[in-house]
Write a protein that binds this ligand. Structure first.
Ligand SMILES: Nc1ncnc2c1ncn2[C@@H]1O[C@H](COP(=O)(O)OP(=O)(O)O)[C@@H](O)[C@H]1O
Ligand SMILES: [Mg+2]
Length: 391
């Protein structure tokens, strides 16, 4: 399944996790801590060349201040290794980055390296023991014994992989926490299977009731009348044959009606795909909408339908609540993921708990294994981001 962070990847089943790219990404993330470490070491060396002690202090502080901004940029960029969700750019973001750089330079870099050293170094040493242990003479290990030690190293490796991935994930979460404020962070709108089942079940019952009280009653009455009319005719009459056909037809119409409940979506979506359907809804929006969906191929039906409902609800919300002057809908497929972004330059303050539309969308997305995040600080702008796997 699509995992977005190293921490989330830990919940994969062990074989899938061990074969995934997450352990490697985590390792790269931790090992790259050598860079800020080296920078600090170089600075310390350069400063120690100075003669006067106050000079050293001043030069040391100046050097640390000078490297903070580049280190902040580095931290921000390498966070993508363990957390693939972009960190939104915010006004206070610069200072937050500096804060993270400071923590990284003072403490995190060496903790990362020690962590890698212990978790990976230990098993690797054990595995290599047949090569590094001198063999045989009195008191030394025999070949068989060293092979057992080596095997133990191999068995320890998976545990090591879990340990350093967990640390990299936790460290990534910490970095993200430092870089973003709660307000502007893209927050996942939580989906709930229980709510989903409830919502679907209620909707299904409502439609069933409507059909039962309305269309189906009429069709049943028609069907019955046709049945009665057949009884009034002498057997074998040609009219009777036609009535029998009409009777069958009425029954088929009833069956068809029930079938219809299952798949209701606009014709343009079925016929011409997502970009055309989005243009269609956008053309009815009172607020101008820019559209950027460079899709050539059709996507699986379920994905298109889910994406279409997302765009419809988002544009309806923009028209109803945002007081925006413009909106933008972007869609693209990267790898096997459809990524949709809907922005507006309105007043912000979208809150899933204040209505039913957004939570309903999250539930609908859960069915296709998609997810939705929302960033909408008071004062705007509002960004809704949706990912749907197309595999
Ligand atoms: N684009 C937006 N800009 C500003 N506020 C929004 C936006 N979208 C939603 N909201 C706010 O979030 C609330 C929840 O939205 P939603 O779940 O769609 O419920 P509904 O549209 O039924 O009110 C809305 O009532 C509105 O106050
Ligand atoms: Mg709504």
């Amino acid at each position: 399944m699509n995992k977005r962070t190293a921490l989330e990847a830990l919940s994969l089943r062990p074989p899938a996790f061990l074969r995934s790219r997450w352990p490697w990404r985590s390792l790269a993330y931790l090992v790259s801590s050598a860079l800020p470490g080296a920078l600090l070491g170089l600075t310390a060396m350069a400063v120690s060349l100075l003669e006067s002690v106050p000079g050293r202090v001043v030069a040391g502080l100046a050097a640390v201040v000078a490297v903070l901004a580049p280190v902040a940029g580095f931290e921000r960029r390498r966070l993508r290794l363990v957390d693939t969700v972009a960190v939104p750019k915010t006004p206070g973001g610069r200072w937050r980055g500096i804060g993270l750089a400071l923590v990284s330079l003072l403490a995190l870099w060496w903790i990362d390296l020690v962590m890698v050293g212990f978790t990976v170094g230990g098993p690797v040493l054990l595995i290599l023991s047949p090569l590094v242990q001198p063999l045989a003479p009195e008191g030394e290990l025999t070949l068989a014994q060293t092979l057992v030690v080596s095997m133990a190293g191999v068995l320890l490796l998976p545990a090591a992989v879990y340990t350093f991935t967990a640390w990299a994930g936790a460290r990534g979460a910490m970095a993200r926490g430092l870089l973003t404020s709660r307000e502007t962070e893209l927050n996942e709108v939580l989906r709930s299977r229980a709510r989903l089942v409830d919502a679907f079940e209620m909707e299904r019952r409502r439609i069933e009731r409507d059909l039962h009280d309305g269309a189906q009653q009429r069709l049943a009455a028609l069907s019955m009348k046709l049945g009665l009319a057949r009884l009034d005719l002498p057997p074998g009459s040609p009219l009777g044959e036609q009535l029998a056909q009409a009777h069958q037809e009425a029954k088929r119409a009833m069956a068809k009606l029930r079938e219809l409940i299952r798949g209701m979506h606009p014709q343009v979506l079925t016929d011409r795909g997502l970009p055309a359907a989005v243009r269609d809804v956008a053309s009815r929006s009172p607020i101008p909408v820019d559209i950027d969906i460079p899709l050539d191929d059709r996507l699986p039906m379920a994905v298109e339908v889910a994406a279409f409902y997302v765009v419809s609800e988002a544009l309806a919300n923009i028209a109803k609540h945002s007081r925006a002057s413009r909106a933008l809908v972007r869609g693209q497929v990267t790898g096997r993921m459809l990524l949709l972004e809907i922005r507006d330059d309105g007043a912000g303050g979208a809150d899933p708990s204040k209505g039913t539309g957004l939570t309903g969308l999250a539930d609908r997305l859960a069915v296709v294994d998609g997810r939705m995040s929302l960033s909408s600080p008071a004062g705007g702008p509002t960004l809704m981001r949706v990912e749907i796997p197309c595999a």
